[in-house]
Design a protein around this ligand. Structure first.
Ligand code: HXC
Length: 514
């Protein structure tokens, strides 16, 4: 006769099998992990405490009374990553496609509430066909309960989503409300509806990969922050991301002591700017040369590569880095890069992460594509984000800071705390060629040698305006620094700003141009 303890063990074993051995094998055959394996690879060994293992759905329609699985289609609980508390849920694709029932929503909401009360990140490991069709409104209500909690938790605790399988409907809207999304290449998809529904509504023939694959979302839509090579790679990305983040909005990010000396010079930076202003160089090299151990954790690498964003450390302190990338579109700001930068700056500001901005920007990208797409509204997002941010803001202008883009990129006027420029920086309304064309174009035509006339005027403009000293004389840049000493100057500035207090006027919330 079995004892109560035997019964417990049997029920646990049954719950651990999810949708059954056959479905688990199918998943493994596709190179995918089960929900529990995903949790195990994420958390410190032995740290997982599970909740609601015996909870089952309450649906009796469409034969659902015969499809009851203990725990239903999600595994929830808490554990630690590198010793730090996190709350986690993992949808189980072996149970009714990981689709979301009323009871699954209750399980997820339980850990979200605990995460907010206890001030720790929420990590969702997603693999779900969306609202459980058999349940109808109960399932929609469940999603709405999760969405509400996503929004309430936003800016209070970090929320990270990893996408491991095909996700549709509500299963993509909840991740969309979180701070970061990582997807697994060739295995994970995000779309509102799958290709079959697309075909019936718009008559488009499209594959899952084209419609919502990791590569598409990480390079084209910008929905995803990272396209992982495998499930394991995806989990490693989440772990490393967490290492830069505080547990919640009233804590500071963890300090990681470094052997990389704060005073280390980076001689290569004294020679990195090409002679010609139209020649590109790699801003990532500037970033790598100045941060601790060249360890840069880039976000949205393949989306809007004309702007670089990511996390790094200076003398152990975590910062968010934003940098124009002259290698792509000469580093201009456009719609996508503005959205990318603004969201990142706002994240850093939510979570007490100082922002270091490297500027080499010829302006905003002109043209009908940008204007029709709303570059005015979207570019304003960057202005808004930098202006409202109260975390320490350090700016280094390496070369061009022209026009509106000068104002946008963490300028003194938007409460930049420390603004440095390299000696060859050009801070002006526009580049010499463009400016002279506007100012002297007509007059040049009247000259004997228009080309020489314009070249002389260009040199005059360069000398008088396009240098860092005009801004330095006004105090708009605090100092002109030797490029090789950029690391040390940033480390010193961060130290000086570590107790910075600044605030915005009391209000319900601002109205960022969305
Ligand atoms: C119930 C579902 C389901 C769902 C999948 N399943 N999605 N069951 N509700 N939403 C079940 C399937 O019936 C199947 O069960 C098993 O899960 C695996 O599904 P497959 O289709 O065989 O898997 P795959 O080929 O990998 O395709 C995955 C998929 C596809 C692309 C996600 O299943 C799909 O298109 N599902 C429907 C997506 C959808 O439209 N969801 C509703 C969104 S509305 P068996 O027993 O046969 O193995 C929504 C509203 C929220 O979410 C509000 C948002 C604002």
């Amino acid at each position: 006769m079995s004892t109560p303890l035997d019964t417990l063990m049997e029920l646990r074993a049954e719950a651990r099998l999810g949708g059954g051995t056959e479905r688990i094998e199918k998943l493994h055959a596709k190179g995918r992990m089960t929900a529990r394996e995903r949790i195990d690879t994420l958390l410190d060994p032995g740290s997982f405490e599970e909740f609601d293992m015996f909870k089952t759905h309450r649906c009796h329609s469409f034969g659902m009374e015969k499809k009851v699985f203990p725990g239903d289609g999600v595994v929830t609980g808490y554990g630690t990553v590198s010793g730090r508390l996190v709350y986690v849920y993992a949808q189980d694709p072996t149970i009714l496609g990981g689709s979301l029932s009323e009871t699954i929503a209750e399980k997820i909401c339980k850990i979200m509430d605990l995460a907010v009360k206890n001030g720790a990140p929420i990590i969702g490991l997603n693999d779900s066909g969306g609202a459980r069709i058999q349940e109808g409104i109960e399932s929609l209500a469940g999603y709405s309960d999760i969405f509400l909690r996503n929004v309430m938790a936003s800016g209070v605790v970090p929320q990270i989503s990893a996408i491991f399988g095909p996700c549709a409907g509500g299963a993509v809207y909840s991740p969309a409300l979180t701070d970061f999304i990582a997807m697994v290449k060739n295995n994970s998809y995000m779309f509102l509806t799958g290709p079959k529904v697309v075909k019936s509504v718009t008559h488009e023939d499209v594959t899952v990969e084209e419609l919502g694959g990791a590569d598409m979302h990480s390079s084209r839509s910008g929905v995803s922050d990272y396209a992982a090579e495998s499930g394991l790679d995806c989990v490693e990305y989440v772990k490393k991301l967490l290492s830069f983040l505080p547990q919640n909005n009233v804590e500071n990010p963890p300090m990681i002591p470094t052997q990389d000396p704060a005073e280390r010079r980076a001689e290569e930076l004294n020679a990195i700017i090409p002679e010609s202003a139209s020649e590109p160089y790699d801003m990532k090299e500037v970033i790598l040369a100045s941060i601790d151990n060249r360890d840069f954790f880039e976000i949205k690498k393949d989306f809007a590569p004309n702007l670089i964003i990511g996390f790094a450390r200076y003398d152990g302190k975590a910062v968010g880095i934003v940098g124009n990338q002259p290698l792509h579109l000469s580093g201009v700001l456009d719609i996508d890069s503005s959205i990318k930068g603004a969201r990142f700056v706002r994240f850093c500001d939510c979570f007490n992460i100082p922002v270091v901005t490297f500027v080499d920007v010829p302006g905003f990208l002109p043209g009908t594509v940008q204007e029709y797409g709303g570059v005015i509204r979207n570019g304003a997002k960057m202005l808004y984000a930098y202006a409202e941010a109260t975390v320490p803001k350090i700016t280094v202008i390496t070369r061009k800071a022209y026009g509106g883009a000068y104002c946008v990129m963490s300028s003194k006027h938007l409460r930049g705390d420390i603004n440095y420029a390299w000696p060859g920086a050009e801070i002006a309304v526009m580049g010499a060629k463009g400016a002279v064309g506007v100012l002297y174009g007509r007059e040049a035509q009247k000259q004997e040698d228009p080309a020489k006339f314009l070249a002389d005027k260009e040199a005059e403009y360069q000398e008088a305006v396009a240098n860092p000293y005009v801004a330095a004389r006004r105090g708009y840049v605090d100092d002109i620094i030797e490029p090789a000493r950029t690391r040390f100057r940033i480390v010193k500035a961060l130290g000086m700003l570590q107790n910075k207090r600044d605030s915005n006027p009391m209000k319900k919330h601002g109205n960022i141009p969305l």
